[in-house]
Design a protein. Structure first.
Length: 255
């Protein structure tokens, strides 16, 4: 069931989204050669403490997970697409990093993700990351009253497929509100004009996840969380929490 948010609730969600944006900015600034993923998680925890916010990621355990998630951010490196656990792995020159972050403040959740290179970037990785953000921008542009979920999905998928990339099979965006995952689901590929109509007050996490080798398949690490490209190619992830309003889409997780 989709829960429409009031304008007051959207303003409150913006405050949670602002904390998420601060986490992503701080962890990106801290991500350098030799820094561990666990150290990035500690940076994120510090931002949450300073803001008086909680983490919707920490101890989250969906049906597929063998154990609760142990971090406040997901740290996915190179061929890891999403859900990477912060470990003692230290970043190396040229690593492609995706960080997914969430915050819960005043009972409302924000959710966002970025991808970037540590040190010297490969041209192929730069194109992959740029395309992920272009797909995100296209999805947001389609998130207007009167359109449908399929219009968002089609906009994202068209950018990804035109560039020759795969799309993480079976995963996509979702509603956000009091919980991190709410209805409706937001696929990263679909047919325009199909699916649920978009209405003022819907809040969605729009999140393209691109696989550089062009395949959609993936496998899960033994940790039960980390999803990796099946062909070992690199991946990128971009996400914003977006409110559907009569005045157009409003990004709630921007700085």
């Amino acid at each position: 069931m989709v829960q429409l948010k009031t304008d007051t609730s959207i303003e409150a969600m913006r405050e949670a989204g602002r904390v998420v944006a601060q986490i992503l900015a701080a962890t990106r600034d801290a991500a350098a050669i030799g820094v561990s993923l666990r150290e990035l998680d500690e940076v994120a925890r510090g931002v949450l403490r300073e803001a008086g916010a909680g983490s919707p990621f920490l101890n989250y355990r969906p049906d597929f997970a063998p154990v609760p998630f142990p971090g406040v951010i997901c740290t996915s490196v190179n061929d890891a697409v999403v859900h990477g656990i912060p470990t003692d792995l230290r970043l190396r020159d040229g690593d492609l990093v995706s960080i997914d972050a969430g915050a819960k403040l005043g009972g409302w959740v924000g959710d966002s993700a970025i991808s970037f290179t540590v040190g010297r970037a490969r041209p192929a990785d730069t194109r992959l990351v740029e395309t992920a953000f272009a797909a995100l921008d296209a999805g947001i542009a389609a998130a207007v009253v009167g359109n449908r979920i399929g219009d968002i999905a089609h906009a994202i998928g068209r950018v990804c497929r035109t560039a020759g990339y795969g799309i993480l099979e079976g995963f996509g965006g979702h509603g956000v509100g009091r919980s991190m995952h709410e209805d409706p689901g937001v696929p990263n590929e679909g047919r325009p004009g199909r699916g649920m109509p978009l209405r003022h007050g819907m809040v969605l996490a729009i999140e393209p996840m691109l696989l550089g080798g062009g395949l959609d398949a993936f496998h899960t690490d033994p940790d039960g969380w980390t999803l990796r490209t099946s062909d070992g190619s690199r991946a990128s992830h971009a996400e914003h929490t977006v409110a559907i309003t009569d005045d157009g889409p409003r990004i709630l997780t921007a700085l």
